[in-house]
Design a binder for this molecule. Structure first.
Ligand code: NAP
Length: 497
């Protein structure tokens, strides 16, 4: 799939029949108001499709269908082994359409085709297949009561769940929500980000083809501020799962409190520390420091945006980092050689540009990049950018920029490295590089984050939970632990005579 030329891909794009309608009760449908919103290709600024702009009336309709499906029990009380078969078939159908879906994600998000082909689509397939395969292998509990009683502790589906997802990893985050929510028997209403609805709509049609009963899954594209808030405050939705910014996550907690206390699980932002000791494999650490921050144009919640390096190796190590950064100059996402695409839109580009200015004004030194490039493309491309001389009190060290901007800090002791790493409102991810197992393990244990790499960055797969400490969230995607976010514990106490 990755041996095609840009021209060959453009020819395929011109043949694509892109679906932009909502998916409600097993069917593609226009918004009741008839309103649409264009979906834009961030690489060119061109319109890809007209997408249904759903409103509160569509949400009420979708919730009604979702509730009816849940109460009917076709899915919610289906034996787990049968739910498994539907999810596995769904994963197979996505695999059969992998090339088309990878292309759609590339166009909608501006992600390099090499990433959507090798990372996003396989991750979605694996997540859905794994969750399906797992669901008939998890057992409930019998409590250790006395002999006169039998107490069953069961996990039951929440009921109707809404999933609200961001634009930076639309397909993967959609799969991380839908797979465990559906595997555990819930009905789901997914609201994709306004910028990136296309792959969620496409895979919903494949779910129906795989045998998911009507009303169990709805995909409603529409604005967060109105449609999203309506879903989040809906009195007939039992659970809410969210991936997005901390600022919106805080609002969602409030919406839950002011409506029906729906179970609310949040995966939020980050400002992740990447700590490099002098005794590590420096060449590898420098290359991975660039991957950690520039992958997906830095539009990654776990991006290693604070590079914290041992003072003694600062100059030589930074030379290697800058050399690695040169390989991340952005390009056309349809080109297999491209590693970094454009920012998602003009607003995000402006945010990144503003932070570059803030960094300069704060007294940090701009070591590499810092500007716009490929201006003739119609997209908003930002150069990979490295700031040195950063202190942890600066805004470029504290705030999530969500762009390809690296802030470099230094330390002289392991204790100081940990102190800097933990001096953040976020606690999503991080890494430590050292060939001394004692140093590496002690530092990894002391950094307060949900995922910590030792001598790697972005390690992990579907078998391990993913989520944040502190203001990076409270839920866990992936692994068996994700099932907990979509289920209630129920005790049934039987007194024996
Ligand atoms: P965002 O602005 O928080 O939006 C996320 C989703 O929430 C979108 O679907 C958005 O709809 C919707 N939304 C916005 N305001 C809402 C409201 N008042 N009520 C209900 N829904 C609302 O985040 P983003 O800019 O799309 O994504 C970037 C953020 O996501 C970053 O902070 C990143 O760190 C975080 N993220 C976290 C993880 C993780 O697993 N921890 C993974 C990926 C990304 P619209 O699109 O219509 O605005």
């Amino acid at each position: 799939m990755l041996d095609k030329t840009i021209a060959e891909r453009q020819a395929t794009v011109s043949q694509l029949d892109i679906e932009g309608r909502a998916f409600i009760n097993g069917r593609m449908t226009h918004a009741l108001s008839g309103k649409t919103r264009p979906s834009i290709n961030p690489a060119t600024g061109e319109e890809l499709a007209d997408v249904a702009n759903c409103g509160t009336e569509d949400a009420d309709l979708a919730v009604g269908y979702a509730r009816a499906a849940f109460d009917r029990g076709t899915w919610s009380t289906m034996p787990p082994a049968d739910r498994k078969m539907v999810l596995v078939r769904w994963a197979e159908l996505i695999a059969e359409h992998a090339e088309e879906i990878a292309l759609l994600e590339c166009l909608d998000v501006g992600k390099p085709i090499s990433d959507t082909t090798a990372v996003d689509v396989p991750a979605a397939i694996r997540t859905i297949r794994w969750s399906g395969e797992a669901i008939d292998k998890v057992y409930d509990e019998i409590a250790p009561t006395g002999p006169g009683s039998l107490a069953l502790v069961q996990r039951l589906p929440l009921g109707v769940v809404t999933a609200i997802v961001p634009w930076n990893f639309p397909l993967s985050t959609t799969a991380w929500k839908l797979a465990p929510a559906l595997a555990t028997g819930n009905s789901v209403i997914l609201k994709p980000a306004s910028n990136t609805p296309l792959t969620a709509i496409r895979i919903a049609t494949l779910a129906a083809e795989a045998g998911l009963p009507e009303g169990v899954l709805q995909v409603l594209p529409g604005p967060g501020g109105s449609l999203g808030e309506h879903l989040a405050t809906h009195m007939d939705i039992d659970g809410m799962t969210f991936t997005g910014s901390t600022i919106v996550g805080k609002k969602l907690m409030g919406y839950s409190g002011r409506s029906n206390l729906k179970r609310t699980f949040l995966e939020l932002g980050g400002k992740s520390p990447n700590i490099v000791f002098a005794d590590s494999n420096l060449k590898k650490a420098a290359n991975l420091a660039a991957v950690a921050v520039f992958y997906n144009g830095g539009q990654t919640c776990t991006a290693g945006t604070r590079l914290i390096i041992e003072e003694s190796i600062k100059d030589s190590f930074l030379e290697m980092v800058v050399e690695a950064a040169r390989h991340w100059m952005p390009g056309d996402p349809l080109d297999s050689a491209t590693r970094m695409g454009p920012m998602i839109d003009k607003d995000q580009f402006s945010t990144v540009a503003d932070y570059v200015e803030i960094g300069c004004n704060e007294g940090a030194q701009l070591l590499f990049g810092g500007g716009q490039t490929l201006t003739e493309s119609g997209g908003y491309y930002h150069e990979p950018t490295v700031f040195t001389g950063v202190t942890n009190g600066m805004r470029i060290a504290q705030e999530e920029i969500f762009g390809p901007v690296l802030s470099v800090l230094t330390f002289t002791s392991a204790e100081q490295a940990v102190e800097i790493a933990n001096d953040s409102v976020y606690g999503l991810a991080g890494a430590v590089w050292s060939n001394n197992i004692n140093t590496a393990h002690k530092v990894a244990a002391a950094v307060r984050v949900g995922t910590m790499g030792i001598n790697n960055y972005f390690g992990g797969d579907i078998t391990v939970p993913f989520g944040g400490f502190k203001q990076s969230g409270n839920g866990r995607d992936k692994s068996i632990h994700a099932f907990h976010d979509y289920t209630e514990l129920k005790t049934t106490w039987l007194e024996l005579e």
